[in-house]
Design a protein around this ligand. Sequence first.
Ligand code: CU
Length: 419
Amino acid sequence: MAMQTFASLAYATPPPLAFNPRDTHVTRAGENGLPYDVITQTFKSQALSMLPGQTIFTNPRDTPLTMPSVEVGGPYAILSFVGSMVDEANAQVPLDRVYTHHWIVEQPSHSNELCQNGLNYIFGIGAESRNSPAIFPDGHGYLIESEEVNKFGGNIHVLRTEDLSEHAVGMVPVGKAGAAGAAKQCNECYYALGKGKQCTLAQNGTFECCGDHCYDGSCGCPTKIGTKMIPVDFYLQYTMTYTRNVSMIKPLSVGVITTPNCEVFYNVLRNDDTPLTYSTTTFKNPADHTLYMAIGHQHTGARNVSLAINGKTFCTSYPTYGTEVGVAGNEKNHLVKMSTCYSYNASGTEPPLTIKKGSTISVNAWYYVGGDDPELGVDLGGTHMGVMSYMYLGYAAAPDALEEDLKLLQEKGWEIVEA
Ligand SMILES: [Cu+2]
């Protein structure tokens, strides 16, 4: 294969590939007891060709994502969604080879009602993606009614962290962390000389030092002297379940709230005296809503992210850290899973949560910023740039049965505060 430099790699946009290795059908009972047919399908994005060190941040218009056809099969409702980076052979690619900063699935017709000036996506997640599927509660889903709204694109932000330099100009000393320290600085968008035109010292820790606005393939983290710059193709592979029996499905709205203040990301700085750092943002609920699902998203260094209603913690998502180098799904020094905060359980053990108009909804997030993080290798704690604290929500306008929900919640010990 010919050697290439970053600049010579054009950003190609071939049509997306779709494949379906296990188009399985099962039947599930909806809330009303009536069955619906569940289809499982796997798709793959176009190839993302990456050199060692290269950082890719795609424009969703350039990376369309194939979905089931409405024209051919009629409306459908998405029931679950999971994705991860794979190679040519569809094998899972470990985070220490290609780090998944995030991928988000955007739908131009959708707006995020919750953080209106913030992010807007239908499904989205980061390094934890292969272990943290978004699953709507039985009988609930995200409805796609027409071909007009059946258009999706991916903002795929991935970094190939092989053969990175540990001594590039402008790098923070990696200490005993070695290659893992170089990967940390790459993944967290630290400044170093040669990462791309937009990556100046003033942009340290922002997406400008992570390949954003760099569609010509010229951006990346500096590699070791003598590294053979040979590109390798990687893909976002995603598996969804859906049903065409849309009348059996209660459609949910989806949106994301983030702290601080609907920000996309923030920085947490090393503090050995107070090694836990907190961020909180409170929103006022604009109308009666019923919550069916909540899933937290955070980055390496995180300890947890919670959802609180009227100041009382309702649920918490916790991270799992990997323990093995090079093992996809269990990568050492990486956050590899986020637990689901809350999912309505149709059998009644978890009633849907009705949140009254005027109630407050808070996102509360904790990160560890001591120099040596017990969850990570030596010299990999401390400052983390570009961290996120999100709560992804599946919800609906409150049903007429509001009073019943309230009674159930009160039985569970919840205090409902009127606006
Ligand atoms: Cu993220």
